[in-house]
Design a protein around this ligand. Structure first.
Ligand SMILES: [Zn+2]
Length: 115
């Protein structure tokens, strides 16, 4: 069973206490976006076998949305973090790299941050 730690209330919640919210870190398309960009925002998802970043809601707890990094093949959880975080925190990226040395992030690291 998948167990995730809510980063807000600290509870180790079983999957049945949570509500899945799909892929994390989707970039919203503004009013100047093209039809193709909007279609990709609405329908294109990674559906990765391996490291994946997801949105979850602590539905039967504090009710807040948070993000989780886990492996979809093994259910190994690398960590959870607050939903307002634009990219996974450095400690979670480090945990992923330790467990999956061949994994590379698919975002461009921001200037002045660890990732
Ligand atoms: Zn919670």
């Amino acid at each position: 069973m998948l167990i995730l730690t809510c980063p807000y209330c600290g509870v180790n919640a079983e999957e049945t206490e949570l509500h899945p919210g799909g892929e994390a870190h989707l970039a919203r398309i503004g009013p100047n976006g093209t039809d193709d960009e909007f279609e990709a925002y609405l329908f294109a998802r990674k559906n990765a076998k391996g490291v994946h970043f997801e949105r979850w809601r602590h539905a039967y707890g504090c009710g807040k949305w948070f993000l989780a990094a886990r492996c979809t093949a093994t259910l190994q959880v690398f960590g959870t973090y607050r939903a307002q975080t634009p990219h996974p925190p450095a400690d979670i990226v480090e945990a992923i790299r330790k467990a999956r040395p061949d994994w590379t992030p698919d975002w461009t690291p921001a200037e002045g941050t660890a990732e």
